[in-house]
Design a binder for this molecule. Sequence first.
Ligand code: AMP
Length: 389
Amino acid sequence: MLNIALFGPPGAGKGTQSEFLINKYKLFYISTGDILRKEIQEESKLGLEAKNIIEKGGLASDEIIVQIIEKTIKDNPEANGFLFDGFPRTKIQAYILSGLMIKLNTTLNRLISIEVPEEVSTKRLMERGKTSGRSDDNEDVIRNRLREYNKKTLPVLDFYKDKNVLSIVDGTQTIEQVTADLTNIIEEELNKNLLNIVMFGYPGSGRGTQAKALAKKYGLEYIAAGNMLEEEIKKGTEIGKEIKELYDNGQLVPDEIVVPLIENKIENSKQAKGFIFKGFPRTLVQSYILEGILKKHGLSITKMYELEVSPFELVKRLEYRRKQQYAKSYDSSTAKILYRLEQHENTTVKVIKRYRKTHDVVKINGMDTIENVFAKITEDIETGAKNLR
Ligand code: AMP
């Protein structure tokens, strides 16, 4: 999903720019102002409640706005993403938006502030008032709207400043120039990592197979902690030697070794459209670490899957793999296999449980062919906003 909010005083050109952006990026447009005007026209309860205050140039209550926004989002589960115009307009609404984005398992990618000085926006609104038919486009009300903007809306920027999602555009330029600036910002956003998946499941559930296939399909960087450790051993690096010694003594590789490897990979994967993690996080500590690493890079987990496979089938698959040439060193004996299954049961299941409270961990039946399991996962990825609970 791509979620953008256009910010700026009345008359900044948010509405004008929106028309172009929603067509180009197939975003669903949510203009709280438009929705309120429609409600007023239809004389709905909500409209009647908001009418007075809007006509005076004040702001409708956050309670009304949250109802509008939630309903609109829920009514459009197929949306590619949303373009918000005139929302969030208060700090409270910024919190509301964060909450709604979490519910959708997504985030606000950018809040773009179109800056224009007060004289310019006043002049534009007066001009618009001649033809817009909007009762709030007259001098007294415009002054009030700008006063409300300075008092209640501008502080919203503080909310986003240190979140790394704020962009600023000079709104005094021509319409075309502003459009070009907005397009550049959005293109840059699209090139960023948009899909970050964590793949859970017991060893043998098919996590690696599916994760690799997903990485290929969606241009993601595949991050498998176990494989990375194996690679270090193979390359014979200093870390590799250390890992080998730990393995040979049957000890776990400490986070001090695993974490820098993962962080390195994330930092060096500027081309990737996202990341898919397998075998990490496998402990609660690692789940906090992952959040920290992602946050540092302005990323978050967008999807989590848990592949479900019966214990008998797991053992069958792992025992089969053990005897193949491509067997991993970590499943080279039945004892090792059982140990890994037990480890998962005792530590990683807790991680999944923790995530269940904050994320939508989607269970996928893994007792199917590789192709069918893959089809189920990709279908879920592509339904996007459908997961609104
Ligand atoms: P707009 O079309 O965005 O200029 O909005 C017109 C009027 O609708 C504003 O002056 C407010 O009275 C009201 N309004 C629109 N969006 C919001 C919002 N997010 N919060 C409160 N009031 C809003």
